[in-house]
Write a protein that binds this ligand. Structure first.
Ligand code: PMP
Length: 386
């Protein structure tokens, strides 16, 4: 049997990983500059994460949500403490799409309304509601098409106000990534997030902070929305939450109620997933990784700014993007040949950096030095051509 085709591959087979390094089947070493797509938060195969999962595996791996599962409570407590959202409730799922699917459904249960506001270039997942709120026609099947989602321009306060004045009382939810990931690393302005908060309050809509990619400390704060000093009604999480173990969750503010509806899942919150998620939080705490992501991200950002030949550097913490000008459009390919791995992009001229939060300073320097050399070489080759 053959594998079903998914998105374009990096032409490499990775068989071993540790920290921010991965190795292919021939033992060649690569630096993972996108953390397996923002999933690796505390480094590949972190010893504490391995041990936590291993210990749990010997006790119990899974039992359904039809019984008490104390490790879920342990996770909720720790998550509340580190995120500062102690009064929220935690609902555990298996992926980012499932988190957003449930968040949108819950918002609709809560408000009794149908309209969802999403933003241009947003990515929220590949299941029915999540994909309907995703601005990418290639992944929306005819069955997912709905009139219930309206896309507005990102960071456009006037457009959002006008929309709410007209339609505010039918809006169930506004869903927004604090920093758009797949869309190319676009940071929501603080005033835009504050406006969403105040319009949702005024019109009784639910503010959903999709923190699947930009959450769990990656931005240099636990949630990137924290930069704007706002509390969302629902936060969705996955990716970095398990550091490679599939686990997702939604944090629900105390006033949000499912009313007549029920949420559920078979595998969500299984013992192994909770052990993985707890291990991640313990390492974040022990190694102060949110501060590390902020400071090292700032260092990376500043050094990128000093490199001639790349444009529009943007992002926060360990979530940084930049544009590659036409004259060196093969930069990503060249860097891959130099053994740095990035995520595949819809737009080939964008490079997204999403390494583990604890990528070392030395590894960051290794990337930056190679980047600088690669640009210089490519430019020199162009001059020779000309
Ligand atoms: N939300 C965001 C912001 C994402 O980046 C992604 C995945 N790229 C998802 C949701 C969907 O997550 P998953 O692939 O785990 O379903």
């Amino acid at each position: 049997m053959k594998l079903f085709d998914v998105y374009p591959l990096n032409d490499i087979t990775i068989t071993k990983a540790q920290g921010s390094y991965v190795w292919d089947e021939n033992g060649a070493q690569y630096l993972d500059m996108y953390g397996g797509h923002a999933v690796i938060s505390i480094g590949h195969t972190h010893p504490h994460w391995v041990k936590r999962i291993e210990d749990q595996l010997h006790k119990i791996a899974f039992y359904s949500n039809s019984v008490h599962i104390p490790i879920q409570k342990e996770l909720a407590e720790k998550l509340g403490k580190i995120s500062g959202k102690e009064d929220y409730q935690l609902f555990l799922v298996n992926s980012g799409a499932e988190a957003n699917e449930n968040a949108l459904k819950l918002a609709s249960f809560h408000t009794g309304r149908k309209k969802i506001v999403a933003f241009e270039k947003a990515f929220h997942g590949r299941t029915s509601l999540a994909v309907a709120a995703t601005d990418n026609p290639k992944i929306v099947a005819p069955v997912n098409e709905t009139d219930n989602v309206d896309f507005l321009p990102f960071n456009d306060e006037a457009a959002l106000k006008t929309y709410f004045q007209k339609n505010g009382t039918s809006v169930a939810a506004v869903i927004i990534e604090g920093i758009q990931g797949v869309g190319g690393i676009n940071v929501a302005t603080e005033s835009f997030l504050q406006l969403i908060r105040s319009l949702c309050d005024e019109y009784g809509a639910v503010y959903i902070a999709d923190s699947v990619q930009c959450g769990y400390g990656r931005s240099g704060k636990f949630f990137s929305h924290d930069y704007a000093g706002v509390n969302a009604d629902i936060y969705t999480m996955a990716k970095g939450m398990g550091n490679g173990f599939p686990v997702g969750g939604i944090l629900i503010a105390p006033h949000i109620k499912a009313k007549h509806g029920i949420l559920g899942t078979t595998f969500g919150g299984n013992h192994l997933a909770c052990a993985a998620a707890l291990a991640v939080l313990e390492v974040i705490e022990e190694e102060k990784l949110i501060d590390v992501a902020k400071q090292r991200g700032q260092y990376l950002f500043n050094r990128l700014k000093a490199i001639d030949g790349i444009q529009n550097i943007r992002g926060r913490g360990m979530m940084i993007g930049f544009d590659v000008p036409e004259e060196i459009k093969d930069l990503r390919k060249k860097l891959f040949n130099d053994h740095f791995i990035f995520t595949g992009e819809a737009k080939p001229n964008v490079i997204r950096l999403l390494p583990a939060m604890n990528i070392s300073r030395k590894q960051v320097d290794e990337f930056l030095d190679t980047l600088k050399e690669a640009i210089a070489e490519m430019k020199a080759a162009k001059e020779v051509e000309a």
